[in-house]
Design a binder for this molecule. Structure first.
Ligand SMILES: *Cc1c(COP(=O)(O)O)cnc(C)c1O
Length: 313
């Protein structure tokens, strides 16, 4: 297996422990992996990906990074936080859909002084072209990071996370993560196959994209990058999108309330609330045995929670 250098940006390993009250409530053993506590800004899963991506940018001599996402993107905010810390410039070219007001992650983008440009499009192709155009206008080379940092190199971050879990000595029957652009799911499913044999990974889809195609494709590309010969697993995908991407769902909000009330842990409406709701739904359907060990990967997202208009709810 080939190994790749990465930047040290987060505090790893992140904490992992059993949730006694949730376990009692759901009748199985529920654990949490706190990637929300990874030590950069408000934390979250993008940091593991950015350690690889920004290291590549640095070693290839780039000093200008651009990325994209929706207006409240956790990934965009974390890319800016990590890039600026490494002494690189960063421009965010975001989709206008969602909350563009100075709320949530936009407050952090503003405080960092990072340049944010909005595009009124749903096409990432157009956004990547715009990044090239801005770079040309500035006469600078641009290291473009795809939406969510979800390419093969970024996915290696979650293969590492699965190794981190294996190295802890704890064994899990099930692992649950959110799936938004697919890189985390790809890293978890492939990483579990490599490092956690016997652990079944369930990915809670929080968007309507064709993840049955996207996730296996990313796994194949990551396996090729690592030069390993594995059968690409078929991911277990659960539809938790509800009324739409980044639109809160009732089931998700109940799961957020349960986690906060019983364990004092903050989840978000866009990703982790819906992902955890997938675990709750399966537990209530009797999918997990009382003696099973079920690990929930907390991928962060607190910033977005404070961009919602809760008055209307
Ligand atoms: C981006 C994100 C996810 C989803 O991860 P992907 O790799 O994009 O699928 C989950 N949780 C949070 C908080 C995120 O910001």
């Amino acid at each position: 297996m080939r190994s790749f250098e990465k930047e040290s940006l987060g505090l790893f390993p992140t904490p992992m422990y059993r949730l006694p009250n949730i376990s009692r409530e759901l009748g199985t053993n529920v654990w949490i992996k706190r990637d929300d506590l990874c030590g950069v800004a408000l934390g979250g899963n993008k940091v593991r990906k950015l350690e690889y991506l920004l290291h590549e940018a640095k070693t290839q001599g780039y000093d200008l990074v651009m990325t994209t996402g929706q207006a409240q993107s956790n990934h965009a905010m974390l890319t800016a936080a990590c890039a600026l810390r490494m002494g690189m410039d960063c421009i965010l070219v975001l989709k206008k859909r969602g909350v563009t007001a100075r709320k949530g992650n936009q407050i952090l983008n503003h405080l960092m002084g990072v340049e944010v440009r909005y595009m009124d499009t749903d096409s990432y192709e157009e956004i990547y072209q715009e990044m090239d155009r801005i770079g040309q206008e500035m006469g600078r080379r641009v290291y473009k990071i795809p939406c969510g940092g979800s390419n093969a190199l970024g996915s290696l971050g979650y293969i590492d996370c699965m190794k981190e879990i294996a190295d802890s000595g704890c064994r899990f029957d099930h692992l649950v993560c959110a799936c938004g652009s697919g890189g985390t799911a790809a890293g978890c499913v492939l990483g579990a196959k490599i490092h956690l044999p016997g652990t079944q990974v369930m990915c809670s889809m929080v968007d309507n994209d064709p993840f049955d195609v996207i996730v296996p494709k990313l796994m194949k590309e990551a396996a090729d990058l690592l030069e390993i010969d594995v059968d690409i697993p078929v991911p277990d995908l659960l539809d938790m999108c509800g009324p739409g991407y980044s639109i809160p769902s009732e089931e998700g909000n109940e799961a957020i309330g349960m986690m906060l009330k019983l364990e004092g842990i903050v989840l978000d409406t866009c990703y982790t609330g819906k992902a955890f709701a997938g675990l709750v739904r399966r537990a209530r359907e009797g999918y997990y045995k009382p003696e099973d060990q079920v690990l929930f990967v907390h991928t962060g997202g607190a910033g977005g929670l404070f961009a919602q208009d809760w008055e209307k709810k």
